[in-house]
Design a protein around this ligand. Structure first.
Ligand SMILES: NC(=O)c1ccc[n+]([C@@H]2O[C@H](COP(=O)([O-])OP(=O)(O)OC[C@H]3O[C@@H](n4cnc5c(N)ncnc54)[C@H](OP(=O)(O)O)[C@@H]3O)[C@@H](O)[C@H]2O)c1
Length: 333
C-alpha cells in the first residue's frame, strides 16, 4: 500500500530534472485534471503545459492560466482550444502540438461523465460519453505516441475506472457503439469506456515498452462531475442534487489530496521505474511484474491486478475492441 505521507514526500522531490518537461492535459479545464495541473505547477518546476479545452471554457481557462503563471513564473501554460468530443478536432489539436514539440513526457486524460439522460451522439455519430471517455482519448494517445516514444520516461494517465472492468461475457462485442435498443445506460457506458481503456492501453503498453501507461480510478472527488450527466432541471437532476451530491461531498477526497495523488501517478518511479526515484516496494503492472507496462491504479494509488478478468479480456475481447477502435479512429489517425 502507498501511504499518502509517502506520496506527498515523493512530490516534494519533483524538480526540473524529474518533472515532465512537456505535459498535455485534455480535460484540465476542471476537476481532477485541473487539480493535477495546480499541484504540478506548485512544485516550482519549469514544465511546459498544454491545456486543451472547448471554447465555452476558454475564459475560465485564461483566469486559471493567469493564476498558474503568478504561482510559478517558470511554468509555461499554453491554451489550445478544441472541441475534444469531436475526433477531427482532437486530431487537429494533436497536429498543433506535433508542429511545436519534438517529445511529450506526460499525456493526462480526464474528459467525460456518466450519462443519466438519453443517448446523445456527437456530429460524428459517436455516443458523446464514449467519445469523451474512450475514443477521443485514444486519438490523443495514438496521435501523440511518436512524441511520447521520444521522451526519456513518458507517461500516459487516463483517469476513469482503472481496475473496474466488464467480463468479456458481459460485453456485447457486436455492439461496442452501444446502438442496440436497451444497451445504453450510465453504468453500462462508463463500464464499457473503462473496459475499452484497459484493453487498449494494455495492448499499447505491450507494443511500447518505453512508455508507462496508467489507468486510474480516482474514487470520489467533488468536482461536479456527477451533475454533468443529468438533463438540467429534470427530476433525476433534483434527486441527484438532494441525495447523491451531499454523499459525494462527505466521502470525497479533498481537492488537494486528489491533485497530489494524481501528480504522484504522473511522476513517480513507483509505476514503471521512471521519474522521481522510489525506494520502497514498487507497484506491479497488469502482468504482476515490477517493470514498465500498464498499471491499473485504484483510489489509494495501489496497483490492482484483476488478473482473472483481464486475462479473459485479453483472450476474448481485446482484439475485437482494437479492431472496432481502429475502424472508428481510422479517419483521424
Ligand atoms: N470526480 C469523481 O468523483 C469521479 C469518480 C469516478 C470517475 N470519474 C471520471 O474521471 C474523469 C475525470 O473526472 P473529473 O471529476 O475530473 O471530471 P470533470 O471535472 O467533471 O470533467 C473533466 C473534463 O471533461 C470535460 N467535458 C465534460 N463534458 C464535456 C463535453 N460535452 N465536451 C467536451 N468536454 C467535456 C470538461 O470540460 P469543461 O471544463 O469545458 O466542462 C473537463 O475538462 C471523468 O471521466 C469522470 O467520469 C470521476
Amino acid at each position: 500500500m502507498v501511504r499518502y505521507t509517502d506520496i506527498k514526500a515523493s512530490n516534494t522531490l519533483i524538480n526540473d530534472s524529474t518533472a515532465p518537461r512537456v505535459a498535455v492535459f485534455v480535460g484540465g479545464t476542471s476537476g481532477i485534471g485541473q487539480l493535477t495541473i495546480k499541484a504540478l505547477v506548485a512544485t516550482g518546476a519549469s514544465s511546459r503545459i498544454y491545456l486543451i479545452g472547448r471554447k465555452s471554457s476558454q475564459d475560465r481557462a485564461h483566469v486559471f492560466i493567469n493564476e498558474l503563471q503568478s504561482a510559478n513564473p517558470k511554468a509555461e501554460v499554453i491554451w489550445i482550444e478544441g472541441e475534444v468530443s469531436l475526433l477531427a478536432d482532437a486530431k487537429r489539436v494533436c497536429e498543433v502540438i506535433k508542429s511545436r514539440e519534438s517529445h511529450v513526457d506526460l499525456l493526462f486524460l480526464t474528459t467525460g461523465y456518466a450519462p443519466f439522460g438519453p443517448r446523445e451522439e456527437t456530429t460524428e455519430g459517436i455516443e458523446i460519453t464514449l467519445s469523451l471517455g474512450y475514443f477521443s482519448r485514444m486519438v490523443f494517445v495514438l496521435q501523440l505516441l511518436p512524441l511520447l516514444r521520444e521522451a526519456e520516461a513518458a507517461r500516459v494517465v487516463s483517469v476513469l475506472g482503472g481496475g473496474l472492468m466488464e467480463r468479456p461475457t458481459s460485453i456485447d462485442l457486436d455492439d461496442l457503439a452501444m446502438e442496440k435498443p436497451g444497451s445504453f445506460g450510465p453504468i453500462k457506458s462508463q463500464m464499457l469506456s473503462a473496459t475499452m481503456n484497459t484493453a487498449t492501453l494494455d495492448k499499447l503498453a505491450a507494443d511500447n515498452p518505453g512508455v508507462t501507461f496508467i489507468h486510474s480510478y480516482p474514487g470520489w472527488v467533488d468536482t461536479g462531475n456527477a451533475r454533468r450527466g443529468f438533463e438540467p432541471n429534470s427530476w433525476k437532476a433534483w434527486l441527484a442534487w438532494l441525495f447523491l451530491e451531499p454523499l459525494i461531498r462527505i466521502f470525497s477526497f479533498s481537492d488537494e489530496e486528489s491533485g497530489q495523488r494524481h501528480l504522484f501517478m504522473s511522476t513517480s518511479a513507483y509505476y514503471g521505474g521512471g521519474g522521481v526515484p522510489w525506494t520502497g516496494k514498487a507497484g506491479v503492472n497488469t502482468f504482476g511484474k515490477l517493470v514498465n507496462g500498464l498499471f491499473l491504479v485504484n483510489y489509494r494509488n495501489d496497483c490492482t491486478l484483476n488478473a482473472g478478468v483481464l486475462s479473459a479480456l485479453r483472450e476474448r475481447a481485446t482484439e475485437r475492441i482494437w479492431k472496432h477502435t481502429q475502424d472508428v479512429l481510422e479517419p483521424y489517425l
